[in-house]
Design a protein around this ligand. Structure first.
Ligand code: G1P
Length: 273
């Protein structure tokens, strides 16, 4: 069973400057809810109640968001606005939140390794909050925990992307298994390849289930693309042993790390209201 979810949330969010100068990018709202809350709700619907957040300098708002604001509660008590806090209040009572800080920004792999202290020696989920996922029937993490239960190895969520967007993603190669049309045994992975070097059009999006041996692998992983420690490189070590599944998830995903994706998500959720 997957009990913990790690949220790497130390990045600067430079694509959203100046909005992210003093506000964590994970706190940018799609309608009235910050991105990180969508991620926490997705984890909770996968029956994961322990949230482990890798934060950094200037990210205090994340901790405050998942806490009670007595002053605010006092101010709106008994009024028409009180109910607006119901959802987050309930969420807080259902989860625990723990935090650690990534002191230096050395890549996603390094951020995940920083979270080891909160995770320990058990399989865990990872959510990159700027990939906002939505599926009416079953959240993407819940779908992935089912895949994990069957295959008992690391699982990455994948999606087909156009060739000219490959450079933004980790890209996998693999073969469909067990007669399915959505489960791949991964044989190769490349972080942000040139289109000509991409092993397929299947890109990794920001949902992972990782087995805890990933931490030792990450410790031994040298800096890769962009001089950063890449989770994709560490996963390749597991993949070489047949221990990574690529899962083509059901549902929508919005790249809220880009202004275009953010606007698209905003419009989509607004229309759905
Ligand atoms: C990270 C990963 C990449 C993955 C992507 C998903 O990249 O390094 O492999 O495809 O997340 O969003 P980033 O978006 O942090 O540059």
């Amino acid at each position: 069973m997957i009990k913990k979810c790690l949220f790497p949330a130390a990045g600067y969010g430079t694509r959203f400057l100046p909005a992210t100068k003093a506000t964590p990018k994970e706190m940018l709202p799609i309608l009235t809810k910050p991105l990180i809350q969508y991620g926490v709700e997705e984890a909770l619907s996968a029956n994961i109640h322990t949230m482990a957040i890798v934060s950094g300098r200037g990210k205090r708002a994340l901790e405050d968001h998942f806490d009670i604001s007595y002053e605010l509660e006092h101010q709106i008590k008994g009024g028409s606005k009180e109910s607006l806090l119901n959802e987050i209040r309930t969420l807080i009572t259902q989860c625990t939140f723990s935090y650690t800080r990534q002191v230096e920004m050395k890549g996603l792999g390094h951020a995940i390794l920083t979270g080891e202290t909160l995770i320990g020696n058990e399989p865990f989920a990872v959510v990159l909050a700027d990939d906002l996922c939505y599926c009416e029937d079953q959240g993407v993490l819940e779908q992935m925990t089912k895949v994990y239960e069957k295959y008992q190895c690391s699982v990455v969520a994948i999606e087909e992307v156009p060739v000219d967007e490959m450079y933004k993603y980790g890209v996998i190669a693999g073969k469909l298994v067990d007669g399915s049309d959505d489960i791949y045994r991964v044989s190769d992975m490349v972080e942000k390849p040139d289109p000509k070097d991409a092993p397929s059009n299947l890109a990794i999006i920001g949902r992972y289930i990782l087995t805890p041996d990933i931490f030792d692998i990450l410790r031994a992983t040298p800096p890769g693309k962009g001089g950063e420690i890449q989770i994709t490189d560490a996963l390749l070590e597991q993949a070489k042993k047949g221990k990574v599944i690529g899962y083509k998830f059901k549902g929508q995903r919005f790249d809220c790390g880009s202004v275009d994706g953010f606007v698209e998500a905003t419009n989509w959720f607004y229309d759905k209201m």
